[in-house]
Design a protein around this ligand. Structure first.
Ligand code: FCB
Length: 397
């Protein structure tokens, strides 16, 4: 059978995604660093990929891929190391970083909060405290005023669902609570912070597209009415709660898609389990159809432009990554051909990096990093993704 070439719409964004704490290095003034010091992560972030200094190399690699977009986040604890004291030096550093991305022909998709809180704020509590809304809004205001002209697309938060579930229920992310009441308070404050920052950003820079991105799973349904009901509630809560609450306060829908789940009953509790396909090193199953399902669902619900801000696989040997990318893009293409207005795909990640609780054990990079020498070495999949970005098309068998 002949291979098919699936063309993407003109102007489609091909990007890579990173986040500050995972790549920059020396982020030692935030709650995640403290969390690591307490032995709650399988290693310490330390220098990470040293992208704080090596960013031109990273941007060169993205340019070599043929990317026309780059997603990164800003480290709040570097911009506001002490309460109310903003570091002009850090702001100027980020200005250079953002200008370098632009000079290399890529649009800049910037996340304001990718999970790390400055220590001074985490000491005061964190998201479950009402004052965090005010502090976050002040930080956002400063960033948009100072760097707004160097940002092409603004993501207020990355996957609010995860720090909420893991930080306030499971307790394996900071602040390490197991407390539903604090969970509800934190969630309420996060929703309010997103709304405020959206309004604020429209006041300061009207034309800047603003939104969030959410960790979305595909949910498997059952014949059982009861389990279907539970599944539907979980799906609404996990995938769509923020989008439902924030209606009128986002210009696009951001989706980070990795895997499908099924809700299972273990009386008296209910658990979410990854659908048992090919299981990756993260313990996440590979299920490309799920990307189609999630995108179509988002499109039916919100009718807003959609961006895939993360999708990728932990695969040290790099023997599954190219197939993973192609199968997911084939499904994304199918969603586009069914009418979903998908504008871009950002692969997670450009480089191997500090994977939160898993530390350096998970290899998500198109580019391998030797964490001793910090040398960057493109993997085979790097060249496969480069073909896709350069042709604005994916070839499938
Ligand atoms: C997502 C996070 C990202 C990265 C990937 C693997 O949930 O947003 O930082 O850790 O998972």
């Amino acid at each position: 059978m002949e291979n098919k070439i699936l063309k993407f719409p003109a102007g489609f964004l091909w990007g890579v995604a990173t986040s500050a704490y995972q790549v920059e290095g020396d982020c030692d003034n935030n709650d995640w660093c403290e969390w690591g010091k307490k032995g709650k992560t399988k290693g310490i972030a330390g220098k990470a990929c040293d992208s704080w200094n090596k960013y031109p190399e990273d941007h060169d690699l993205a340019q070599e891929l043929g990317c026309n977009a780059f997603r990164l986040s800003l480290e709040w604890s570097k911009i506001e190391p002490e309460e109310g004291k903003f570091s002009q030096e850090a702001i100027e550093h980020y200005r250079k970083v953002l200008q370098d991305i632009k000079a290399k022909g890529m649009m800049r998709s910037v996340t304001l909060w990718h999970w790390t809180l400055p220590i001074w704020l985490s000491k005061k509590g964190g998201w479950h405290k009402k004052h965090t809304v005010k502090y976050f809004t002040e930080y956002c205001k400063k960033v948009i005023e100072e760097l707004g002209d160097e940002i092409d697309q603004l993501l207020i938060m990355n996957e609010p669902r995860l720090p909420l579930n893991r930080g306030y229920l499971a307790g394996n992310f900071p602040p390490g609570k197991h407390n539903p009441i604090l969970y509800f308070l934190a969630r309420k404050n996060m929703v309010e912070a997103c709304k405020k920052c959206y309004d604020l950003s429209k006041e300061i820079k009207k034309d800047l597209p603003v939104g969030i991105t959410q960790f979305c799973n595909d949910f498997d349904y059952y014949n059982s009415k009861f389990l279907s009901f539970i599944t539907e509630q979980t799906e609404n809560l996990y995938n769509w709660y923020f989008y439902d609450q924030l209606r009128g306060h986002y210009d696009f829908v951001g989706i980070n898609y990795y895997f499908a789940v099924e809700v299972k009953l273990y009386p008296p509790s209910i658990k979410m389990q990854t659908v048992d396909m090919q299981i990756t090193e993260m313990g996440w199953g590979v299920f490309a159809d799920g990307l189609y399902e999630v995108v179509m669902d988002a499109w039916d619900r919100y009718k807003k432009p959609i961006y895939i801000f993360e999708n990728g696989i932990a695969n040290a040997e790099d023997d599954h990554r190219s197939a993973y990318i192609k199968s997911h893009l084939q499904k994304l293409h199918e969603a586009i051909s069914k009418g979903a207005d998908v504008r871009g795909y950002f692969h997670w990640s450009l480089v191997d990096n500090f994977e939160w609780v898993e530390a350096y054990n998970m290899k998500f990079g198109l580019v391998e990093i030797d964490f001793e020498t910090l040398e960057r070495k493109p993997r085979k999949s790097f060249y496969e993704y480069a073909k896709i970005c350069k042709n604005n098309a994916v070839e499938v068998g």
